[in-house]
Design a protein around this ligand. Sequence first.
Ligand SMILES: *Cc1c(COP(=O)(O)O)cnc(C)c1O
Length: 438
Amino acid sequence: MTKLALLGGDPVRTKLFPAHNFIGEAEKQKVMEIMDSGVLSRFLGVWHDDFYGGDEVRGFEREWADSYQAKHGVAVNSCTSGLYAAVGAAGVGPGDEVIVSPYTMVASVTAAVAFNAVPVFADIDPQNFCLSPDSIRARITERTKAIIVVHLFGHPADMDEIMDIARAHNITVIEDCAQAPCATYKGRPVGTLGHMGVFSLNYHKHIHSGEGGIVVTNDDRLADRLCLIRNHAEAVVTGRQVDSLVNMVGFNFRLGEIEAGIGRIQLSKGQGLVDRRRRNLDYFNRNLPSLPGLSISPVAGDVEHSYYAAVLNYDAEEAGLSRDVLIKALHGELPETDMRQGLGPMISGGYVKPIYLYPMFQELTAYGDLGCPFKCPHYKGQLDYGAGLCPETEKAHATIITHEYMQPSLAESDIDDVLAAFAKVADNLDALRSYAAG
Ligand SMILES: *Cc1c(COP(=O)(O)O)cnc(C)c1O
C-alpha cells in the first residue's frame, strides 16, 4: 500500500492538469477583423438605430436567441448586469419581495437588492440543489413580485412546478442560467422556460468572451425594457413610446463588439464543449472507486445536466472521516490546473455559504446607512435572515463535495489520475482516521 502524500508519501501526480483554453484561431481572426474595422462598439445612448449596438452585438444576439429557440436575445456585459436588467424589466421595486435561492453566486441575490426589493430566501431541493417548489410556495406573500431560479451546477430546476406556482400568483420568473448553457428540461433548453433567462460569458464559465452575458426572452415588452435598461433609458424615453417609466433608470450594460464577436464563435463551440463535459463526467462516475459515505449526486431522468460542477454527496459519519480531511488528502495527491494556479486542485467542499449569512443580510446594510431596502418604510414584510432559515442549503453546504474533473481539456488518462487519488485514499482510510484523530 502506498503512503498518502498528506502522510509523507509521493503524490499520484505532480504534472499540472492541462489548461482549459478553448480560445482558438477563429476567435483570433474575428478579433482582428473587428480591430481592422475600427468599430469596437457602436452603441449610442440616444434614440437612433445604433441604440441597439453594432453588427457583432446584433449577430451574437440573433444567433444565441436562435440556438435557444427564443424570440429575443439582449446582450449585456455580464450575467450580473443581465440579472439586474431582468429584475428591472420585471418592474420590481421598493416594498417588493423577490424569492431567491441562498445557494448560488451572490449576483442572483443582489439583483433584487439593486432595485430596492427585499430578497426572500427559499430552500433548495437536495436532489438538484435548485429552489424547491414547496419552499417557494411557503414563502409567497402578496408582495412577491419575482422569483430568480438558479440552475445550479448545471442541473435544471423543477421548472414546470415553479411556473405553475408563478402563473397562479402572477409572478415573473427569471432563470439564472450562468452555470447551465445547453442544459435541457424535458427536452427544452433552460432560459426560455421562465419569462427571462440570463447567461454568462465570463472566463470561468462553459464558454466565454472574457466578460459578457445575454438575456433571452419570448416577451416583446420585456425585451424592449431590457434594451432600455441596458442603455441609459432615462435619457431616451422622451423620444419614444414607453408605456411605463418604472425602472427606466438606465445603466451602461452594453457589450463591446470584440466580446460579442468572440461570443459568436464560442456559441458555435458550446454544445461540443458541454457534450465533452458529459462524456468526461460519465467516465469519472463509472470508474469512481467505492469509498464509505461517498456517493454520486443523482441527475433527474428528464433533464440534461451541463456540469459546471459535479456533486458528490458525502456522509462523514458513515465514512468515519471528516470532509475536510478527505479533501486535504485528495489535494495532497493532485496538482492544480495550468492557467489556474493558486486556485488549488479542482475539488472542494460545500460550494458557497448560504447567502443570507453574508454580512449584508446579517447587518441589514445595503444602500446608505439607514438600512435600505431592508428597513425602508415601503417594506411591510417580516425579514428573516437567521441561521437555520434554509436547513437543506445549510446541510448541503456542510456535506457536499464539488469537483470539475470533467473539464473539456481533460483526457481519460488525466481523469484516471484523479480516480487513482480516490482509490489511494480508500486504501488508506485507517491511516487517515488516525491522522485525523491527531
Ligand atoms: C457566474 C455566475 C453569475 C455571474 O456571472 P458574471 O457574468 O460573472 O456576472 C451569476 N449567477 C451564477 C449562478 C453564476 O455562476
